[in-house]
Structures are given as C-alpha cells and as structure tokens.
Ligand binder design. Sequence first.
Ligand SMILES: Cc1cc2nc3c(=O)[nH]c(=O)nc-3n(C[C@H](O)[C@H](O)[C@H](O)COP(=O)(O)OP(=O)(O)OC[C@H]3O[C@@H](n4cnc5c(N)ncnc54)[C@H](O)[C@@H]3O)c2cc1C
Ligand code: SF4
Length: 580
Amino acid sequence: MSAVSARILGNTTLDRFDALVIGSGASGGAVAAMLTRHGQKVLMLEAGSNYFPDIDQPAAMTALGSVGQALPLFGNDELKLLHRYQIAPDPVAEPRTLRHTAADGDRLAVGDFANFAKTVGGGATHADLKTPRFIPDDFRLGTLLGGAATAGGASFVDWPVPYDALEPFYLYTEQLMGVQGAVGVDPNAGPRSGPYPMPPGAAMYVAPVAQVGLAKLGYTLFPCPTAINSVPYDGRPACNDCGFCQSSPCVINAKGTPGVTTLRKALLSGNCQLRPETRAVRLMIDGAGTTVTGVEAILPDGSRTVFTADRYFLAANPVEDVRLLYLSGGGSPLGNSSGLVGRHLMLHHGVNVVGVFEDQLHGHRGRGSTHAFTEFRVPSNPNQPIGGIVVVTTVPYLIQQAQTYLAQFGTLGVKGALFKKFLRQARPRDRLLSLNMYGEDAPHPANTVDLDPAVRDVDGIPVARLTYQPHDYELAAEKFFVPKMIDILGAAGARFGAQAPNGDPPSAGHLMGTLRFGSDPGASVCRPDGRFHDIGNLYGTGASLFPTSSGFNPTLTITMLATYVAASALFPGTPERGLG
Ligand SMILES: Cc1cc2nc3c(=O)[nH]c(=O)nc-3n(C[C@H](O)[C@H](O)[C@H](O)COP(=O)(O)OP(=O)(O)OC[C@H]3O[C@@H](n4cnc5c(N)ncnc54)[C@H](O)[C@@H]3O)c2cc1C
Ligand code: SF4
C-alpha cells in the first residue's frame, strides 16, 4: 500500500450516505456524477489504487505550465503498464479461470481472462476510448431478428428502453466525457439531437492508407467518435498525438477518462467520498432477502469494516458484479429468482485482420485508432450476418509488435533464434495495418460467470470463473466478413494479409451482460430502471444490464446507461429530469 494511492478522496467529513457505489470505472463514475449533481451524498469503494493525485482539488499548476487538474502518475512505458501490471490485476495474485462448457470440468485454465484494470477510473483509464453510439436497431434485435432471435440457443431480446428515450442521455454523456466527432459522416448512425462537443482531431497515417482500399470497394471511412480532446475542453488540454494511446492512460489528461471527467466532477461537488484500495467482499442482506443493509469491505491495511447507505449500486463490471453476488449469497447468488444472474456473458467477437505494407505506416504517431466504417453493422441488411464496427489501427508498441509477429509467423516455424533475427531485420516492422471488427456476440445463456470451486485469490477469496465459447452466430459472421476484410487490405495495397489468431476467449476488451434488464422478472435480473427485481435498494448499472451486445465499442453506452439508471433512481418515471 502507498499513502498516495490509497488516500481517501473527496469530502472526508461525510459519514452518512444516500448511495454507495461499488467500483469507480465508467459505470460507477457516471452514477456518482449524476447523483452528486443532485445533492446526493455518495460513497464510492474502489478496489484499485489511485494514480490521479489531487483529483479532488479544484486546480493545480500542471507540468504543462497551465492551471488545471494535476497530471496523473502514468508514464509512456509499455513494459510497466502492459506487462508489469501497473493498473491491471496481476493474474498470479488475482486470476480468473476459464472453461468453454460445463463438460470441461471445473476449469480448463487459470490466468488472465477478460480482466480489466483495477484502479481509480477502471478500464476506461487506459482504453483508447473510441465512443460511437449504438444505433436504434441495436435496441430491438429481438423484434428485428424474429424467429432467428433464438436460433442456436441464442437469446436476442429487445432492450426495455428504446434509443429515442436514451438519446438525450447520449448527448449529455458525450458532453460529459468530451467526445470529438462529426455529424453526417457515418451513413449508418442513428439520429442525434445535437452536435458533438468537438470536431475530429488529426487522422492517423493508416487512415488514408486504408481509405484507398475502402473507397475502391464502396465502404465509407469516417472519423470515429472518440472521447479525446481535439481542442482544449472542460479545463483539459487538446491531445498532442503522442502515440502512446492504445491501451495506455493519457499522461496529459486529454483523454476523457473517469478520473478527469465523471469522478472529478463528483468529487469536486463536495458530495462524494471515494475510498481507493477498498475492496467490497460481501453485500449484507436483511432476513427477507429484499434489502441490502451494508457492504463488508477490506480496507487498505487489510482490516475489514461495513459501510452503509440507503441505496447500493453495483458498478464493478459484469464479471465482478456477479462474483460479489455469489460471494454474498451463501451458495447461490443474491437476486437470482430468475435464474439468470451471471448468464448471457458477452465479450464482443473480436476479429482482427492484419496486412503488411511496403511503406512504413508510422504507427507510433497519433491516437490508437482514428477512423472506422460501419457497413458490417447494419442489422436490417438481410444479405449479411450482423457483424460490428471495424476500426483501422496499427501495432504501435515494440513488445506488442513482437507478440503480433510471433502469433502471425510462429505458426510458420519462425521461432527462437530465427525469430530474433527476423525481429532485428524487422522488415515488416511499422508496416502492419490492422482492421479490427467488434462483432456482435449473441447473448447465450450457457456463457456464464460464477465462482471457481477451488481457486482463490491473494485475499483467499474464490475467483470468478468464465464459462464461455463463441457459438454458431459469431463464427458464421467471422467466416463471412474475414475475406471481405482481407480484400480491403489488398485493395489498399497490402503485400500480404491474414487473419490474426483469435484469443481464447476471443475478446475485444469488452465485457457485457450477466445482469440483463427487462420488464419480465422471470426473464431478467433487473428492472428497466436498473433496480433488481428481487432487491428494492440494489441497482445494476452499465454493461452488466446490456441484454444484447451491439457491435460497437460499449463505453459511451455504459456511461450513458449508468447515468440513466442514476437519474431513474432520483426521478422514477421521469429520468430526463436528471439532465436538467
Ligand atoms: C485495452 C483496452 C482498450 C479499450 N478500448 C475501448 C475503446 O476504445 N472504446 C470502448 O468503448 N471501450 C474500450 N475498452 C473497454 C472499456 O475499458 C470498458 O468498457 C470500460 O472500462 C468498462 O467500464 P465498467 O465501469 O463497466 O468496468 P471497469 O472499468 O472494470 O470498472 C470497474 C471498477 O470496479 C472496481 N472493482 C471491481 N471489483 C470491486 C470490488 N469488489 N470492490 C471495489 N471495487 C471493485 C475495479 O477495480 C474497477 O475500477 C477497452 C478496454 C481495454 C482493456
Ligand atoms: S495520443 Fe493524445 S489522448 Fe492519447 S495518450 Fe497521447 S496525448 Fe493522450
């Protein structure tokens, strides 16, 4: 423990709370920002450390010489961040387990499976924060797919709240996070009631390269909405295109992560207290099983205590939310009269196709990815399966490049000393262009989160077990779209193009589902306003509530939905009043 990273943040004099929020990521930050905006007293528990010094101080002289939020304690260091677990849980100390189906036994493997950063601000702290909205059809796939909605055991359903009702919350969230983008450039985008707060910033060099191929084949490349300042905004500087953006925190606060947006606003309101390095381990429930009475937590010094509030919001992410419900239920999870807690885990079916180009692509310049196209994500097109948005990107980091080469060429026997020679000569180095599709992951009841029966973490607590495999739906979409992605690379001038091997699970870094919301208590865990059907003062918040995954990067929608849930708690039936 370090004193800086565990300092209690915000108003430390508060000792009675209207709401307790577990987790300070995209969802938790959004809940806190909305509740404190309306005078609610909020306590946040965050298992990870804090790397945003003075996040709760109005202004400081920054290293850039201007007055603003103090700079965070991150560096442009691939090794420290991505391989020495500066903010991610160490998979030896805090692993997860994986199996594909129950027939695999207790587990197939122990390690790092779909794990997110454990830090103040959560995974969004180092996401590259592309923030497209979902489109209206994403909220009605049950209706749109008709009989096919349940084919192969999938469980596509409509969301209980349509796009139109959520649109004002999208607009508010884009302003809160600070999203750059252009209206009218994505032919498949839904309607909007206002512009983006900022215009698009500079394009990566790979964008115009890919554009050559996309234009030849009739696709529309556009600047992807992204929560990164293209101009000074909300007291934060414009991005300087340092190039250390993909999977990395921003060292100048230009990226609209919770630590510089939602959390900061909540903490500066005087109505919020955030306790880093404080891990919730059990929800306490009354005798009737319908009211949460407190949360037991492990403090930074290892001791345990109980925190209380009137309402409780789960914002620890779709895996850790379920883990906590299991840990609290004595054998079966809390809130599970539907039998659906932990079911319908969705990860997005990440499909990556990599092309090798003759010329250098300058991947170390600019943001993680700046441009995208959406023609593979049109649910109403009967001539293709439902895929996802495709972003154009590259492989900017040295260790990452080596890993990519090994994955690509290791199967051809290029390993060991030969591989080292290959890396030194590095002909393909900085010549890789990648098309990444975030494919729809069909909600499948057999894809679940529960507790591993034997594996414990460093605190002696059972770890989460994922039971996950892609099903026919995603695999058919992958088979359909990969040849088209390779054609695009070829039309853009790639000398060689191939699909990168899928991970296991084939994750795109996105977690969704497990506490699906809906009107029917027999078919959903939470109500349309996010509250548990079974437990009157407990709420699901962001990604956990998603009944379907869409095929777009989820964090804008996670933040938006958490905002909507908090506003619904304050103004039942008229959540739009929360925006006033
Ligand atoms: C490399 C990478 C790149 C990404 N890029 C994008 C992108 O471009 N666009 C996009 O939309 N998404 C992106 N994502 C996904 C994005 O990071 C997530 O969607 C988002 O962070 C999820 O937020 P969350 O609040 O649901 O969960 P989390 O970020 O996981 O937040 C949960 C928080 O709860 C804390 N917590 C967990 N358990 C407990 C407990 N028991 N007690 C107290 N605290 C607890 C955790 O430490 C964490 O801080 C990316 C992800 C990765 C890994
Ligand atoms: S590219 Fe821009 S937003 Fe990304 S880390 Fe660098 S300065 Fe920050």
